[in-house]
Design a protein. Structure first.
Ligand code: NAP
Length: 287
């Protein structure tokens, strides 16, 4: 029977570390600041943004939400992003996705300063990640790496299979694992027989968004299974991509949904905001 990875407990630990870092920055005269840009009334986005802002405040950060109306123009959103780039009280700028159809998310993200891009989505941060240089890393895959570290999962030399290659989870996940010296296979919708790849994984990570995709016959006995998926069933229940009950019988370690990867994402966002503030201060001290 697999050991269950407790994402809530690890996220709590990360937040406690962030609180200490906020205090250390405070002693040097800096309050780390997070600005979130939210456009429209997409209900899950409104909820996520509220959660992010409340947690940032609870840890002693300066936290502002710019809630813009659905019909705002792309140019106006970009103008706001540029004001935030220039604001010294703001160390992290997050543009909540998805944006309404008339605004191109990529164009807007490209205008966030890479030094304040706490979502790790700017092409410069993606390039730095791939080049093995210090970058602001995408929050969810960074959270997965932290879970692997907390549970002392060996990554070096192991075969990691990532299901999914989105810009926000799958691709940065594969790059982070590669940077930690795993041998990485990335599967996507055109992969012939993803189950055959999955069965060879020491670490199997699913970031697809399809409930029940990963069944027990996709999993090697003793594998570590990380479920990034968040799906709502017809009955309103939140489930991942993995058949948790059956896979738990075979895996050595497994994340549940909820209380697995989910809580790590916001914790890593707050950690990134602190990191951006720490780096800004270091640049100011020794430019
Ligand atoms: P996405 O943009 O829809 O990407 C899904 C990926 O899965 C795509 O790369 C797609 O391939 C691939 N795919 C589709 N069918 C597949 C199959 N049969 N085998 C292997 N790969 C397949 O979704 P996302 O934003 O990455 O999110 C993925 C899931 O994670 C969702 O359930 C989302 O809600 C969840 N999520 C959770 C968190 C968290 O905090 N825990 C954060 C973000 C997302 P193509 O590229 O070929 O289309």
């Amino acid at each position: 029977m697999a050991q269950i990875i407790d994402g809530t407990a690890v996220a709590e630990k990360v937040r406690a570390e962030v609180k200490d870092r906020v205090a250390a920055l405070g002693a040097r005269g800096v309050v780390p600041g997070l600005a979130v840009v939210l456009v429209g009334e997409h209900p899950p986005s409104v909820l996520y943004v509220r959660k992010k802002a409340e947690m940032a405040k609870a840890l002693g950060m300066h936290s502002v939400v710019h809630h813009l109306s659905e019909d705002i123009s792309e140019d106006e959103v970009i103008a706001l992003v540029e004001r935030l780039n220039a604001d010294p009280r703001v160390h992290g700028v997050l543009v909540q996705l998805p944006l309404p159809g008339h605004i191109d998310g990529r164009t807007v993200i490209d205008r966030v300063s890479p030094l304040k891009d706490v979502d790790g989505l700017h092409p410069v941060n993606i390039g730095w990640l791939q080049a093995g240089r210090p970058a602001l890393l995408a929050c969810t895959p960074q959270g997965v790496m932290r879970l692997l570290r907390e549970y002392e999962v060996p990554v070096l030399g192991r075969h990691a299979v990532v299901l999914g290659r989105s810009a926000i989870v799958g691709r940065p996940m594969s790059w982070m694992l590669l940077r930690s010296h795993a041998t990485v296979t990335t599967c996507h919708r055109h992969t012939v027989d993803p189950a055959a790849h999955a069965r060879t994984a020491d670490i199997l990570i699913s970031a697809v968004g399809r409930p029940g995709l990963v069944t027990a016959d996709w999993v090697k006995p003793g594998a570590v299974v990380i479920d990034v998926g968040i799906n709502r069933t017809a009955e309103g229940k939140v489930v991942g991509d993995v058949d948790f009950a059956a896979v738990s019988e075979k895996a050595a370690l497994i994340t549940p949904v909820p209380r697995g990867v989910g809580p790590m994402t916001v914790a890593m966002l707050l950690s990134n905001t602190c990191l951006a503030a720490e780096r800004a201060l270091d640049r100011a001290v020794s430019p």
